[in-house]
Ligand binder design. Structure first.
Ligand SMILES: Cc1cc2nc3c(=O)[nH]c(=O)nc-3n(C[C@H](O)[C@H](O)[C@H](O)COP(=O)(O)OP(=O)(O)OC[C@H]3O[C@@H](n4cnc5c(N)ncnc54)[C@H](O)[C@@H]3O)c2cc1C
Length: 428
C-alpha cells in the first residue's frame, strides 16, 4: 500500500509544500492528496485590493497541480482524529456530504481567519478581508454605498492600514476612518509612522487614535470612551485567529490554538503530523515565534517538506533558516512602506517609503504567486523512494537547540509582514 500524505489547505504554505513533495517523492510509493475549500489558489495578500474593487486573474488549483499526480479534494475540513489518523471533511460550504480521509503523514496548513476577539456584534455586523468570500461581501457592500458613505476600518495592524488606504484610493467618494486602539501603527519606526500619517492625510482618511471599540452594531460602532461612531460599512481588521480543529483534535497547541512543533515543523504530540503557515507556532532563528506572514508560510512549508522527505526516505533532513526580515505595507497602488526589523523584531530606524516601496511590494506579490505555482523551478526533480519501514519516531522532537547547522534558505515568498495583532492583544 502506498504511503498516504494528506495536505490540509492549499494556501501559500500548503500549495507550495504539496507541489514540492510531489516532485521529491516517488509516486510509486506515495500518494499525495490536498484538501481545500476553494477551487482556486487564493492570493490572500491581495484580498484588500479585491474588496476595494480590483480584479485579478485567478489560477485554479487543478492547474497549479497539473502533472504532479496530486489528488485535489475540494472540501471543508471539519475534524481531525490523530489517533485513528483520519480527517473528516464536508462539502465546501460545510453543509452536507461528510466523508473521512485516512493518512499516514499529515501536513496541517489551514491558515487563519479574522479574529473578532469576542467583541459583541463584530461577527454579525462587521466585514473583513481575511478570506475571499468575505472580501467579496465587503466589495458588494462598498458598491452599494452612496457618495459620502462611511467606512470604518477597525484595527491599525498591517491589514487594517492596507485596507483603509486601498479603499480610500480606489473609492475617493467614500469617507474612510481608521480606528487605532493606541498610537497609530506603533510597531513602525517614527519615520515610517510619519510617512503613514502623510499618506492618510493625502487620501483623506480620518485617523482615530486611542480609541477602543467595545461593540459593533449594524450602522454604528460603540467605543470604550462612550463615543458612538456612525458607520455604513465596518471592516474588522483586529487580528487573525487559527481554526480550532487542531486543538479539538488533541494536538499540542499554544493558548491561541497554533500547533506546537519541533525545529522541523513536526508536531510535538503527534509525530505523523506536521504543520506550516499561520497554523504553526514555529520559533524563528532569533528565538521568537515567527509572525503569521507569507514569508513565514514559505519558510515553514519548506522546512516541513524537508523533514517529511528526510523522515520517509531515510535521507538527511535539511534545515531552513526561519528568519523574519520586516514589514512591507501597501498604501494604495502608488505608495508603500518597507520597514526592516532587528533581531528582536523591533523596527529599525530606517525605512523605505513611497513609489519604490510600492513597486517592491508589487514585485513580491508577483513572485509569491509564481513560486507557489512553480514550487521547484530551478530545483532538480529527484523523486526519492521511501525506506521500507519509515520509523515515525526516529527523528521526532528535534529541539531547536540541537538542530544541525542551519542552512540559509531563500524564501519562495519573501514578503516581509507581521500579524495584525499578537494573540491576546486587546482589540483596537
Ligand atoms: C488582506 C491581507 C493582506 C496580507 N498581506 C500580507 C503581506 O503583504 N505580506 C505577508 O507576508 N502576509 C500578508 N498577509 C498574511 C498572509 O496572507 C498569511 O500569513 C498567509 O496567507 C498564510 O499562509 P497559509 O498557507 O498559512 O494560509 P492561507 O494562505 O490562508 O491558506 C490556507 C488555505 O486553507 C484553506 N482552508 C481554510 N480552512 C479550511 C478548511 N476548514 N478546510 C479546507 N480548506 C481550508 C483556505 O481556503 C486556504 O486555501 C495578508 C493577509 C491578508 C488577509
Amino acid at each position: 500500500m502506498k504511503h498516504r500524505i494528506l495536505v490540509l489547505g492549499a494556501g501559500y504554505a500548503g500549495a507550495y509544500a504539496a507541489g514540492t513533495l510531489a516532485r521529491r517523492l516517488s509516486p510509486a510509493d506515495t500518494e499525495i492528496t490536498v484538501v481545500n475549500t476553494e477551487p482556486d489558489f487564493v492570493e490572500r495578500l491581495r484580498l484588500h485590493q479585491v474588496a476595494a474593487g480590483q480584479d485579478f486573474a485567478t489560477r485554479t488549483l487543478a492547474d497549479v497541480f497539473a502533472g504532479t499526480g496530486i489528488r485535489l479534494r475540494l472540501a471543508r475540513v471539519t475534524a481531525l482524529d490523530p489517533e485513528r489518523r483520519v480527517v473528516t471533511v464536508a462539502d465546501p460550504d460545510g453543509r452536507a456530504g461528510v466523508d473521512e480521509l485516512g493518512y499516514d503523514t499529515l501536513l496541517y496548513a489551514l491558515g487563519s481567519h479574522g479574529d473578532d476577539r469576542g467583541v459583541p456584534g463584530a461577527a454579525d455586523h462587521a466585514f473583513d478581508v481575511a478570506a475571499r468570500p468575505a472580501a467579496l461581501r465587503l466589495r458588494e457592500r462598498l458598491d452599494g454605498l452612496r457618495e459620502g458613505g462611511r467606512v470604518l476600518v477597525v484595527g491599525d495592524g498591517l491589514t487594517g492600514i492596507e485596507t483603509a488606504t486601498e479603499i480610500a484610493e480606489s473609492r475617493p467618494g467614500l469617507s474612510v476612518t481608521l480606528v487605532a486602539r493606541g498610537e497609530l501603527a506603533a510597531r513602525l519606526s517614527a519615520g515610517a509612522r510619519g510617512h503613514l500619517r502623510r499618506a492618510c492625510a493625502r487620501l483623506g482618511i480620518t485617523v482615530l487614535e486611542h480609541t477602543g471599540v467595545e461593540a459593533v452594531e449594524a450602522e454604528r460602532v460603540l467605543c470604550a470612551d462612550a463615543t458612538v461612531l456612525p458607520s455604513d460599512a465596518t471592516v474588522w481588521a483586529a487580528g487573525f485567529a487559527v481554526h480550532p480543529i487542531a486543538a479539538a483534535a488533541g494536538l499540542a497547541v499554544t493558548e491561541s490554538g497554533r500547533i506546537v512543533v519541533d525545529g522541523t515543523m513536526r508536531s510535538l504530540s503527534h509525530p505523523d503530523v506536521y504543520a506550516a503557515g499561520d497554523s504553526v507556532h514555529a520559533i524563528g532563528a532569533n528565538g521568537l515565534p515567527l509572525p503569521m506572514s507569507c514569508a513565514s508560510a514559505g519558510f515553514t512549508g519548506m522546512q516541513a517538506v524537508k523533514a517529511i522527505v528526510g523522515n520517509l526516505t531515510g535521507s538527511r533532513t535539511g534545515h531552513v533558516r526561519l528568519s523574519y526580515p520586516g514589514n512591507h505595507i501597501s498604501l494604495g497602488r502608488q505608495d508603500g512602506i518597507l520597514q526592516l526589523v532587528d533581531r528582536e523584531a523591533r523596527p529599525k530606524p530606517a525605512y523605505l517609503g513611497g513609489r519604490k516601496a510600492a513597486r517592491f511590494k508589487a514585485g513580491i506579490l508577483r513572485v509569491s504567486l509564481w513560486t507557489t505555482a512553480h514550487p521547484t523551478f530551478c530545483v532538480p526533480r529527484r523523486r526519492r523512494h521511501l525506506t521500507p519501514a519509515p520509523d515515525a519516531s526516529a527523528a521526532h522532537a528535534v529541539p531547536y537547540a540541537v538542530l544541525p547547522h542551519e542552512v540559509p534558505y531563500a524564501a519562495p515568498h519573501a514578503a516581509p509582514y507581521a500579524p495584525d495583532a499578537p494573540a491576546g492583544r486587546p482589540v483596537a
